[in-house]
Ligand binder design. Structure first.
Ligand code: F6P
Length: 368
């Protein structure tokens, strides 16, 4: 029976609480002890019962449907350096933890895999410095790690949906529906900027779901001149057909084919100068990340939390750390580092303007 800790890390996402709920209750149901690591990797480095807290069945009561993450999250610098990881290792051993489930984005999951691959050398260092006993050294030789992707960006390869993405999408669509009414009343154009870092999933899906006039995503850029001509032609045609409102959705990571950032202000200026439209910019910001998770995220997080506990119980020292994903409506296990590697290659392909490669990679399962 293992002592399983769950941690949320990186930007919060709706559904993270449901992951914690599912992990804690499944772990206890399976006869294990459950722990929560508070404040992400910061909590691992600080340690002690205040940060690595044992969780009872009732401690997660009612949290499944709450937004954000009640156990806290942080972006931690000290864990990036080896001394921080040595300290984290010591704190985990002191608390008796031998399995860790991390819910976060690709950076957080890379950190988790690094901790696991370094684990043998970290415990050796602690033993050699008499910071842990020989008995603890033998008992904690193996650390099992499992990842669940919690991010509104939906930017992780090998999974169709990340926990939080559909909630953020719902929020965006609701906001655009609200904007529609005022845009229509004044016959205005609105440039709506959405989150997503280097990924255009939120902008693309919101564009489809709200029948926006035009969208900008990093994965399919045009040259500076082309986007202006194309957008103006499409918007002008829609207006000529009697449409009173114009909605343009811009992903925050939108770029031109020569990799220049396209700002919402720039898009607005083009609509004003070339089409003479009364135009406003709405940057949705963190509203997209807040609020309760939609049904899809509650279910995804619950099923993945259960699977993550099963996965850490199944792992031996030769199993690569798994990532719990969703593929064609099925909960699946994929090698965590493979997923992170493909995700990084997508970003690299975009940085070198190889957009076709980026699209192909995003759909791939393995990488050479
Ligand atoms: O990765 C999630 C995300 O919300 C991105 O879409 C966005 O670019 C970033 O985090 C914002 O980060 P912060 O909350 O630190 O401002």
């Amino acid at each position: 029976k293992r002592n399983i800790a769950v941690m949320t890390s990186g930007g919060d996402a709706p559904g993270m609480n449901a992951v914690v709920y599912a992990v804690v209750r499944t772990a206890i149901f399976k006869g294990c002890k459950a722990f929560a690591v508070k404040e992400g990797y910061e909590g691992l480095v600080r340690g002690g019962p205040q940060y690595i807290t044992e969780m009872e069945w009732q401690d997660v009561r009612g949290i499944l449907s709450e937004g954000g993450t009640n156990i806290g999250t942080a972006r931690c610098m000290s864990f990036r350096e080896r001394p921080g990881r040595v300290q984290a290792c010591k704190n985990m051993i002191d608390a008796g933890i031998d399995a860790l489930i991390v819910c976060g984005g690709d950076g957080s999951l890379t950190g988790a895999d690094k901790l696991r691959s370094e684990w043998p050398s970290l415990i050796k260092e602690l033993r050699d410095n008499n910071q842990i006993t020989e008995e603890q050294y033998i008992k904690h030789k193996q650390l099992n790690i499992c990842g669940i992707v919690g991010s509104i960006d939906n930017d992780m390869a090998t999974t169709d949906a990340t926990v939080g993405a559909y909630s953020a999408l719902a929020r965006i669509c609701k906001a655009v529906d609200y904007i529609d009414a005022t845009a229509n009343s004044h016959s205005r154009a609105f440039v709506v900027e959405v989150m997503g870092r280097n990924c255009g999933w939120l902008a693309l899906m919101a564009g489809i779901a709200t029948s926006a006039d035009y969208i900008f995503i990093p994965e399919k850029p045009s040259s500076s001149k082309d986007w202006q001509d194309q957008m103006c032609e499409i918007v002008a045609t829609h207006r000529a057909h009697g449409k009173r409102k114009t909605i343009v959705i811009v992903a925050e990571g939108a770029i031109t084919s020569d990799l220049k950032h396209i700002s919402s202000k720039e898009v607005k200026d083009v609509l004003v100068e070339r089409l003479n439209l009364d135009t406003r910019v709405t940057t949705l910001g963190h509203v997209q990340r807040g609020g309760t998770p939609v049904v899809f995220d509650r279910i995804l997080a619950s099923l993945q939390g259960v699977e993550a506990v099963k996965a850490v119980l199944d792992c031996d020292e030769n199993t690569p750390s798994p990532l719990i994903g969703l593929k064609e409506h099925k909960i699946v296990r994929r090698p965590l580092m493979e997923a992170v590697k493909i995700t990084k290659s997508v970003a690299d392909a975009i940085q070198t303007s190889d957009f076709e490669k980026a699209m192909a990679l995003r759909d791939s399962e393995f990488i050479e």
